[in-house]
Design a protein around this ligand. Structure first.
Ligand code: 5GP
Ligand code: ZN
Length: 138
């Protein structure tokens, strides 16, 4: 076993070695309730096979992952009657990742729920273009 998997709490959740409130699952993925919600009903969607984050995920699982996330998100929206939802993944500590097993967050949102979005920054003259050039594949 990959040493990273041995003490991975989400691998243990996937194998049902530790309990979680499962919403739905198939052979590849599982959706369960986050214990510390940003809004109540906040869900996590994991691949059952261990990967650190999206950088380590490969096809065919990766391309099926989003469809599973969408299904859980739509189910949550219908059941809770929320006004919308955020889908997001934190990749690496700088981005807020604390559990190193891939997971998408699905966060139910309500009009005027008081959650503020990230602050905007301003590009200097010509800087946006420079960033695009840097990121674009050669
Ligand atoms: P990250 O910051 O890595 O993107 O988010 C990890 C998420 O996992 C957090 O929102 C945290 O509340 C959730 N979490 C951590 N441990 C457990 C657990 O044992 N069970 C459940 N259901 N969620 C967990
Ligand atoms: Zn794991």
């Amino acid at each position: 076993m990959n040493p990273n998997e041995e003490n991975c709490i989400f691998c243990k959740i996937a194998k049902k070695e530790i309990p979680s409130e499962i919403i739905n699952e198939d052979e590849l993925f599982m959706t369960f309730v986050d214990i510390k919600p940003i809004n109540k009903g906040h869900l996590l969607v994991i691949p059952k096979k261990h990967s650190r984050n999206i950088s380590e995920m490969i096809d065919p699982e990766l391309s099926k992952y989003l469809a599973f996330v969408k299904e859980s998100a739509e189910q949550m929206k219908t059941s809770l009657g929320c006004d919308g939802y955020n889908i997001g993944m934190n990749n690496e500590p700088a981005a807020g990742q604390i559990i190193f097993h891939s997971h998408f967050h699905i966060i139910p949102r309500y009009k005027d729920d008081g959650l503020t979005s990230w602050p905007d920054k301003e590009y200097e003259e010509g800087e946006l273009k420079k960033y695009a050039e840097k990121i674009r594949k050669k």
